[in-house]
Design a protein around this ligand. Structure first.
Ligand SMILES: CC(=O)SCCNC(=O)CCNC(=O)[C@H](O)C(C)(C)COP(=O)(O)OP(=O)(O)OC[C@H]1O[C@@H](n2cnc3c(N)ncnc32)[C@H](O)[C@@H]1OP(=O)(O)O
Length: 607
């Protein structure tokens, strides 16, 4: 590892610096006076070789899962002092592709012990050998159970070496995550059972979906552009040999996950016709053990596609010992759901075809994938609502106006410059992107408009015109004109579900480009002003960073990009879109384009 602290300091927002400085490979074997063995953390460094890579030269997700499981198990056993088994791994988002020649660093430590189980937190970082730059690949949380031979249950000692603020935070969050794990199972069962609720919450589109699904299920083949999920079905068998076993003789969990990833990737590529990119896994659950000599049958199938930009593959693992094999009696030992994105390494954005099911089981899987997507989204709601978000608004007054405007514009510029925007939906003039980070979610809506960027800038920066094209705005009134380019507005929005209607007080700061090629900027953020106190009829909500960047495409056309870093106040308005059962963002974008292209000269003059 590159010990150059300037390299590390440059990435402290990505990786905890202290974390990286304490390498287990330190030849002195000590850190801050503690012997290595006393360190709560376990660390692994791997140089990524061609044998670890997939066909694209990137580290294969299966290999990474194997390393994650090894290191997590060692951390669990260090705490328990006993053999431990993986019970589950929470969903993992893969943020960075790792290439052959780079160095992987994996650290794991027990965040919290409960009764017989404990949570292990794992951080994976990649370092480029030539530049020394470090990037986070993923963060994962595994649950391990201490399992000595026999049926005895072992109660674990509590984690008592919480030294840093991060240790304390992880300790506190571990019980939240456990609560969420248990809640997710209940929520899934309830949502699957309660089709009434599903129909209600998924609104018209969802009941429509139900009807369409039912029809498609019966009238197989009538919709020619849809591909049957059956075409993606994969079945693959592995015989568990000694090299596949862990140090206790059971089939190694990491190996099972790697095999599962392999089967899932084959299923996804059958639909796609090329190689999709694994974006995340939605919990690996180890339901029961297997051992050397077992035959493991992997069954994978695409369950559903979302907005044509991502798909879910379900993988089920069944184990048979010799006798069970001849009797045809399987043990269901593992299940996981993997999310793939259409590859973005081609000049043109690829999309997945829509799928249809042709059996009752297919219908169940299709709906279950929607429910899981909804739960993933709910996790964002949970993260957003349990994250100590606020207050996000900053008090506005004349003395801090210059700083606030600067921050407003700077925050939007930083948001727009983020890496990792992924296409969520694509239409001829509109494209929706999402950017998921650990605890933030941002959306971008790109629109191609046949008006000059100057005209779009003037029209969009007059927020009082917005209710005429954005149905999420009920009203928008000017509260104060600070100067020509900065105004305060009070916005009211319609109620969603059974909530009260919401209102926002925002500062709009607009900037024309300083030089050719720069964008016009219209930045929005919440502020508090004494003249607009919260109204009991409205739920006062906040926007942290939103707005438009507008850029010339040709003399008469421009690209308008709308950004929003999602807050709990904004989420209800876009939740359906993110989960794939509503197209409200695309509809609003279409209405925005129509407004910009058809607006009369009068309105422009009035501004
Ligand atoms: C490192 C390796 O390679 S290990 C090999 C791969 N892993 C395996 O083979 C494990 C296979 N699975 C098993 O053996 C079992 O399902 C076990 C041991 C995980 C759980 O056994 P069960 O009899 O279901 O145990 P039980 O229901 O009593 O739960 C025990 C604990 O595990 C927790 N647990 C059980 N399942 C899960 C799960 N899917 N996710 C998170 N926690 C879980 C429970 O909450 C409980 O925690 P607590 O005691 O702290 O409150």
């Amino acid at each position: 590892m590159n010990p150059d602290s300037s390299v590390l300091n440059g990435t402290v927002d990505i990786v905890n610096e202290g974390h990286l400085n304490g390498t287990a490979g330190d030849s002195s074997g000590t850190e801050e006076g503690k012997s290595f063995n006393m360190m709560p953390e376990v660390e692994m460094c791997q140089s990524v070789l061609p044998c670890h890579a997939n066909h694209k030269g990137g580290l294969s997700a299966g290999q990474l899962l194997k390393w994650i499981d090894i290191i997590a198990c060692l951390a669990a056993e260090k705490h328990a002092g006993l053999p431990c088994v993986t019970a589950s791994i929470d969903d993992i988002q893969f943020e960075e592709t790792v290439r052959v020649g780079q160095i992987i660093n994996i650290k794991a430590k027990v965040n919290r012990a409960f009764n017989t189980s404990m949570e292990v937190g794992i951080r994976v970082v990649v370092q480029d050998v030539l530049t020394g730059v470090l990037k986070r690949v993923c963060v994962a949380y595994s649950t391990f159970v201490a399992k000595p031979v026999g049926t005895q249950k072992i109660h674990l000692k509590p984690v008592d070496c919480l030294t840093t603020a991060e240790d304390h935070l992880e300790y506190a969050l571990a019980s939240e995550r456990r609560r969420l794990r248990l809640y997710n199972e209940d929520a899934f069962t309830k949502l699957m059972q309660d089709s009434h609720l599903l129909k209600g919450e998924f609104s018209q589109n969802y009941s429509f979906l139900f009807c369409v699904c039912a029809l498609v299920g019966v009238a197989n083949g009538k919709e020619s552009s849809q591909i049957s999920t059956e075409r993606t079905r994969v079945q693959s068998i592995e015989l568990v040999l000694p090299p596949h076993a862990n140090h206790h003789g059971n089939t190694f969990g990491g190996q099972i996950m790697a095999w599962m990833e392999n089967a899932a990737t084959v299923a996804a590529s059958r639909l796609y016709g090329t190689y999709p990119t694994l974006k995340s896994v939605d919990m690996f659950k180890f339901r029961g053990p297997s051992s050397v000599g077992d035959r493991l049958v992997f069954k994978a199938i695409v369950n559903n596609t979302f907005q044509k930009s991502s798909l879910e593959v379900g993988v089920r693992v069944e184990a048979y010992d010799c006798e069970e094999w001849t009797r045809g009696k399987a043990r269901h030992i593992n299940s996981a759901f993997l999310i793939y994105n259409a590859s973005s390494d081609k000049a043109q954005t690829q999309t997945f075809p829509s799928v249809k099911y042709t059996s009752k089981d297919g219908q169940r899987r299709y709906l279950a994938a929607i429910v899981r997507k909804r739960i993933r989204l709910a996790r964002y709601c949970h993260i957003l609502s349990s994250k100590e978000e606020g207050p996000l608004s900053v008090p506005w007054d004349k003395s801090n106006q210059a700083y606030l405007s600067y921050n407003n514009v700077a925050a939007l510029t930083v948001l727009a410059g983020k890496h990792g925007w992924e296409v969520n939906s694509s239409q001829p003039k509109i494209r929706v992107y999402m950017n998921e980070e650990l605890d933030t979610l941002s959306v971008q809506v790109e629109m191609h408009v046949t008006v000059s960027s100057l005209q779009a800038f003037f029209l969009l920066s007059d927020l009082s015109l917005r209710p005429s094209w954005d149905r999420h705005y009920s009203s928008c009134e000017e509260v104060q004109v600070v100067n020509e380019d900065d105004k305060l507005y009070h916005i009211t929005c319609p109620a969603v579900n059974k909530d009260k209607p919401r209102d926002f007080v925002v500062l709009m700061s607009r900037r024309q480009p300083c030089k050719e090629g720069d964008s016009y900027i219209i930045a929005l953020r919440s502020v508090t002003v004494a003249s607009v106190p919260p109204d009991p009829d409205y739920m006062r909500s906040e926007v942290l960073c939103a707005g438009f960047l507008i850029k010339d495409a040709s003399r008469a056309t421009c690209k308008v990009s709308y950004y929003n870093q999602v807050t709990s106040g904004v989420l209800p308005y876009i939740a359906g879109n993110l989960a794939g059962w509503s197209k409200s963002m695309e509809e609003t974008a279409s209405s925005c384009i129509e407004f910009l292209e058809n607006v009369t000269d009068q309105k422009i003059c009035a501004f």
